[in-house]
Design a protein around this ligand. Structure first.
Ligand code: SAH
Ligand code: SF4
Length: 345
């Protein structure tokens, strides 16, 4: 349980009026006060009691390592039970700040190219643990312009994700608009349906990564459980209901899925299966090398990326190639944490 959740419980035990907790949330989220002793709206006695029970600050997670590179900062956090997760802050010119957060510690889906999938420890983060990653930066006075669930874990496999989205969009807390939030998923069908129904304006990114079920199965075991054939129609339904654009993520892996033939097959797949094609956007992501690449996975050559883009565009598919921020600090999914886990005895 996070400190803010325990704080609510304690106030109940101490028979404090209900508005007391709201005052604390207001101090934390609106005035960005992190230390109990600075919450001047509370009596000195209550501040002291909270400090004694919960420690100096409202944050439960503890930063253990920070790496910086260009436009990306990566934070490794330790949770109450010693689990480690990571959060990436991307900052752009003109002051735009974007955060990439984790939804689970580790991941059960075991995509072959992903460092998070190699971690032994696995558990869902609670809704409050998810949002504490942002609270950390909020309390430092950072702007939270956009948030994406592209850190460790599969958000739609975590039942707490919907509560986390409620907390993120709650005007008394972060008050983020749904349109500033992106959920990236490998296509967990039941979770996807609930997301469409309950948070229709949240941006959706589907991790496709292969133009055929055969190749996807080799790279992503999830294809056997929730196949692209099942998921692509759900994306069509999502667009029909929400009129929102859907992103299709495609990691380019050298000699594995980056050839002109793969690009043509991908174009065929999308043209055949997608309705409202102009509302889809293919996001090509050059593979980010990790300690687990094992000589199997490597990023594509520049010309391959350009050729891939050209073929998709010629087929009338909107697409762009993502530039790599912070590949030198392992800014892709789960890398820093997996490195730590492997370094730990
Ligand atoms: N589990 C969700 C969200 C977290 S991963 C999902 O897979 O969609 C976020 C994105 O990072 C996914 O598209 C994933 O495929 C990608 N990714 C993982 N490892 C990567 C690497 N080494 N290089 C580039 N992208 C990577
Ligand atoms: Fe899990 Fe996403 Fe990594 Fe696959 S890419 S192992 S679903 S975090």
């Amino acid at each position: 349980m996070t400190k803010l959740e325990r704080c609510k419980e304690l106030l109940g035990c101490w028979e404090q009026p209900d508005y007391r907790y709201r005052q604390i949330l207001h101090a934390v989220f609106q005035n960005r006060v992190s230390r109990f002793q600075d919450m001047t709206v509370l009596s000195g006695e209550l501040r002291e009691k909270l400090r004694r029970e919960l420690g100096e600050t409202v944050l439960t997670l503890r930063p253990v390592r920070e790496s910086r590179s260009g436009q990306a900062d990566k934070l490794l956090f330790e949770l109450e039970d010693g689990s480690r997760i990571e959060t990436v802050r991307l900052h752009y010119q003109k002051g735009w700040e974007s955060f990439c957060i984790s939804s689970q510690c580790g991941c059960a889906f075991g995509c072959k190219f992903c460092a998070t999938g190699t971690m032994k420890k696995l558990r869902n983060l609670t809704a409050w643990e998810i949002i504490e990653q942002l609270l950390y930066f909020h309390l430092q006075g950072r702007r939270l312009d956009s948030v994406s669930f592209m850190g460790m874990g599969e958000p739609l496999a975590n039942p707490h994700i919907l509560q986390a989205l409620s907390l993120l969009t709650d005007p008394a807390l972060f008050g983020l608009s749904q349109r500033r939030i992106t959920v990236s998923t490998v296509g967990v069908a039941p979770g996807l349906k609930r997301l469409t129904a309950e948070f229709p304006q949240v941006n959706l990114a589907y991790s496709l990564h292969a133009p055929t079920p055969e190749l996807r199965k080799k790279l992503m075991p999830v294809e056997k459980r929730w196949s692209m054939e099942q998921v692509l129609p759900l994306l069509n339904t999502h667009i029909l209901r929400t009129h929102r654009r859907v992103f299709l993520a495609y990691i380019l892996l050298r000699q594995i899925n980056d050839s002109p033939a793969h690009a043509k097959k991908l174009a065929q797949l999308l043209r055949r299966n997608l309705r409202a094609l102009p509302l889809y956007h293919v996001d090509l992501i050059p593979y980010n090398e990790t300690a687990h690449s094992g000589g199997i996975f490597a990023p594509p050559e520049q010309e391959r990326i350009q050729e891939f883009l050209r073929i998709l565009r010629q087929a009338g598919i909107r697409c762009s190639a993502r530039t790599q921020f912070g590949s030198d600090i392992s800014a892709a999914c789960g890398q820093l944490c997996a490195e730590e886990a492997h370094n730990d005895p």
